[in-house]
Design a protein around this ligand. Sequence first.
Ligand code: ZN
Length: 387
Amino acid sequence: MITVKALGGCGEDARNCFYVDDGRYHILLDCGVKREIASVETVYPALSRDMAASLDAVLLSHAHEDHSAGLPYLYELGYRGPIYASRPTIALARGFMRKWVSYVKDNGGALPFDEANIDCLDFQDIEKAMNLGIRSGRSAHMLGSLWFFLEPSRILYTGDLCLDSLLLAHDELPKCDVLVVDSAYASRKIDQAKQYKALEASAIKTLERGGKILLPVPVNGRGIDMMLYLRSCGLGLDVQASIMDNAQALYRETAWIKPSPLWSELENHKKDSRIIIRGDGMMTSKSAMESYDALKGSSANTVVLTGHMANGTLGEKVLDHKLEDPIEVDEITIKVHPDCYDVIKTVQSCEPKAVMLFHSLESQALCSEIEALGIKATCTALGQLIL
Ligand SMILES: [Zn+2]
C-alpha cells in the first residue's frame, strides 16, 4: 500500500511537506515554512517526533524557504538522517534558512528550533539516493530545482515546476501512478509571453509620464529572467549588484540552463536609474524597502509586483492598497509555477491513477476537473492519498 500525506502545502500556498510510506521506505518530500509570524502549528509542517523517527530519508526539491526552512525544526524533532538534494540546492539552502531566521527575529517571532541546527543538517548529493530507487530531473523553477520519481512505487513529486522558463532547462516528467503536482496558479490561465509584454509596457508607460519604476524581484530565478528580458527590449536598468552577480553565476551553470539569445544581454551595461531592480520579490529586504520609500510619494511612479506576496510583507500591503500611497501599483504575474492549463497538460502526459495538488488555496475546481477524467484527486488541507 502507498500512502502520501500532506503535512502542509495542500489547500495553502506554503510550508510544503509530504510524508510518503511506500511499503518499503518512509520518505519526506520537502519541509517548508509559511512565511508569516504565527504559531508553530500554522507556520511549520504537521510533523511529530514519531514521524521524524520513522524517516529513512528526506528529499529537498529546491532551496526556497517554503520548501526548506522547516528542516532545522525536523532536526529539533530528532531527525538525523540524510537530506538529498542537488549540488546547487545544497549550496543555497542554508542561506535561505538563515534568511528565514532573520525574518522571524526582525518581526518579533519565536523559533521552535535551535539556530545551530542549520549547520548540523546532513545534506547529501541526490546521486546517492539512487540506492533507494529515486530518480530526479530538472524542474526549471530555480537553479538546482528538481522533480523526484520514486521508481519502485511510481510516485512522482514535481517540486515547484516551471514549464515556461526563459533561461532554465527542464527534463521531461516520467509516467507515474501517483502525481504530487505543483498547482500554484491552479485557478488561473497565464500566457507567459503576454505577461512579459505587459511588463515592458508598464515600464515604458511610466517612463513616458516622467516617472520611475521599482521592480522588486527574487535575486535568483525569475528576477534574472526579467532583468535580461527588459534589457533585450532596449531599456537601461539600475540593477542591484547581487542580481547581476547571480545572473553571471547562473550563466556558468551550463548543466542547468538552456541556450537563449537573452544571455547576450549580460554584456549590455546600458544604465538608467529610472528602472530600479531590487531583491526580493515581496519587498522584505532593506534595499527594496528604501527604494519603495523613495518612490511612494508620486503617482507618476510605478511599483510592479510579479509573484506571490506573503501576509504581513510590504509587498502584500502595497498590493492590497493597505498603505494608500500615491504610487501606481501593477500586478504582472511572471509564471514560475504551473497554471491550470499546465497542470492538466502534466496530468495527461504522466497518466497517473491519483493526483495530489499542492501550493494553492484555490485548487478545488481544478481538482474536480481531474476527477472528471476518472482520476482520484485531492487538494484539501492535510489531505492524503492511499493507493
Ligand atoms: Zn519555490
